[in-house]
Design a protein. Structure first.
Length: 211
């Protein structure tokens, strides 16, 4: 990363609580970044309203209007390059990312996931944790490599699972952790405390950066 503040784009599909956490961190001076763009595949999503209130430009689209995933990602890639985006931040973006974006932003695209990866990748991670009866789950921030939540881990935080937890109650415990951790990781990237070039190299499990 070469510029200050760090130029980022956030991809989201739903309510945008992690997007809002990033906005708040920027506004409060805890995150030395500039949100150049919100990308959203659901034009009516609440996150679009959040972006408007924050003064963040939003690119919305309907995937069905395009011939392929690659077609709309080419359009998105052109926007990212036009705005000089250095880091792509996936925050509840519910679309599969193809090689169009993964290759262009390899080592510069991150995601947050509500489990301690590699456990419980994919959809319904909180439900998976409960169904498996684990005592501890958590939050992971990782690089995106085109697989299913399989990229190198950058940071993790643990969350205790209580016997009476439901999917809703456990999610409510996980969300505040996400809202703290994601801006912290982005700031660490901006400061160079997390070296994405190093993290993007093939690693053994013991070599992963876990904070």
């Amino acid at each position: 990363m070469t510029t200050k503040p760090l130029r980022i784009a956030v991809f989201a599909s739903g309510s945008g609580s992690n997007f809002q956490a990033i906005v708040n961190a920027v506004q409060e001076g805890r995150l030395d970044a500039r949100i150049e763009l919100l990308v959203c595949d659901r034009p009516q999503a609440e996150v679009v309203e959040r972006a408007q209130k924050a003064g963040v430009p939003a690119h919305t689209f309907k995937p069905k209007d395009y011939a392929s995933r690659e077609a709309y990602e080419q359009e998105i890639l052109a926007l990212l390059q036009e705005k000089g985006v250095e880091l792509v931040v996936l925050a509840g973006y519910m679309r599969i990312i193809t090689s169009v974006l993964v290759d262009a932003y390899w080592g510069r695209m991150i995601n947050i996931h509500p489990s301690l990866l590699p456990s419980f990748p994919g959809l319904h991670a909180v439900r998976q944790a409960l169904e498996h009866g684990v005592k501890i789950t958590g939050v992971t921030v990782h690089l995106v490599d085109g697989g299913l939540d399989s990229g190198p881990v950058l940071a993790q935080r643990a969350v205790n699972v209580e016997p009476d937890d439901t999917e809703q109650s456990l999610s409510e415990k996980i969300h505040p952790i996400e809202h703290v951790l994601y801006p912290q990781v982005i700031q660490a990237i901006a400061e160079g405390a997390i070296d994405l070039k190093q993290a993007a190299q093939p690693k053994t499990k013991d070599g992963m950066i876990v904070q």
